[in-house]
Design a protein around this ligand. Structure first.
Ligand code: SF4
Length: 355
């Protein structure tokens, strides 16, 4: 189903003289971890191979700390393209790193046929935007040609330096979609599961068709987008009305350490008369927050998708940085949106907050 590029990994190990390698898989790829491990273990008998079993949801979370803990001198990271700074950070630690994109090998012709069927049933749509998750990014040109063959005008955006391919989106970076949003009537997102398509709908406020080649289905996700947005607004209002004590969570994963953002939110909430504490967490989970029983509400400065996708698992409101800015009166409730990585890292969504 995926291309794990074993030959490239073997070349990397040999070229860089790696003696102990730590394999890290995006969570969605962990089901294949044992097979990849066994293949490498057999092919590269001179190297010690370990697999990281910790969670990994994004390129923000490269297992540098774990590599140091087990004295691995190489990391092979499966499933994400590198964030800026990843290679220089690794070099400073004395660790060699290889990112393996792990493209999908599925036949997507069936899902394209279905997407064209659903689009034509929507009536007079001319301009469509195309996005994809990394695993499906190589299929974007094929999808585009098929849509153009049916008479659609297809827009594909170029993203920030956190995304490598045109049309590629991350859970906290929809810059490629936002760059074409004004021209687009309907977005088509190619990828497995709701996660990326949901973020696309929340941030662009345009209709989204999720084209899932793993389920071979195409789905209009308007209902899911509306449900999540309503739940988030409810959480924000509940916090504004009831919460006196806040706890700001600072993530400890590589690019989830947003201490600057956390300090800024702390100052703003204190100005509003709230009591605010800061806590560090490596893994944000319902159990970890349940242990902290005193705060009325939490602000998550680690991954901005935790409050969006997991809010139903927490007993008290958990807010994104953007939502905390609404509570602090720096943004209006009508300005609610998906919190992207820029706002999450800098808490600088408007001029009043810059500097
Ligand atoms: S911060 Fe969250 S959404 Fe962004 S890349 Fe990391 S895991 Fe994905």
């Amino acid at each position: 189903m995926y291309d794990f590029r074993i030959d490239d990994v073997l070349s990397f190990i040999q070229r860089e003289g790696v003696k102990r390698v730590l394999l890290q898989f995006a969570d969605g790829l962990k089901q294949h971890a044992s097979s990849v491990y066994e293949e490498l273990n057999e092919e590269a008998s001179s190297v010690e191979v370990l697999t990281s079993g910790s969670s990994c949801y994004g390129a923000c979370d490269v297992a540098f700390d774990e590599a140091l803990n087990v004295r691995a001198d190489g990391i092979v990271h499966y499933g994400h393209t590198p964030f800026p700074g990843a290679f220089s950070y690794a070099e400073n630690l004395g660790v060699k790193i290889l990112f393996v994109e792990t493209f999908s090998k599925l036949d997507i012709s069936g899902v394209i046929d279905k997407a064209i069927g659903v689009l034509s049933s929507m009536g007079k749509v001319v301009n469509v935007g195309l996005t994809a998750t990394l695993q499906e990014a190589p299929y974007v040109p094929t999808f585009k040609r098929r849509l153009e063959g049916e008479g659609y005008r297809v827009h594909i955006g170029t993203g920030s330096n956190r995304v490598k391919y045109t049309g590629q989106v991350l859970g906290c970076d929809y810059s490629s979609a936002l760059s074409i949003n004004d021209e687009v009537e309907v977005f088509l997102h190619l990828g497995g599961g709701l996660f990326h398509a949901l973020g696309l709908g929340l941030i662009t406020q345009k209709p989204v068709l999720l084209c899932d080649p793993y389920r071979n289905e195409v789905k209009d996700i308007e209902r899911e987008v509306k449900r999540v947005k309503a739940a988030r607004l409810y959480s924000v209002v509940r916090s504004m009305e009831n919460a006196k004590r806040y706890c700001i969570v600072v993530g400890c994963k590589w690019r989830q350490r947003h201490i600057h953002s956390a300090m800024k939110i702390k100052r703003l909430l204190e100005k509003k008369g709230k009591k605010v504490s800061l806590v560090t967490l490596y893994e944000v989970s319902p159990q970890a927050l349940d242990n902290l029983s005193e705060p009325d509400s939490f602000v998550i400065t680690a991954c901005p998708r935790i409050p969006i996708d997991d809010y139903m698992n927490y007993r008290r409101p958990i807010l994104t940085v953007l939502e905390a800015l609404i509570v602090a009166g720096e943004l209006k409730l009508e300005e609610w949106s998906l919190c992207d990585w820029v706002l999450n890292e800098k808490a600088a969504g408007n001029n009043a907050l810059k500097g």
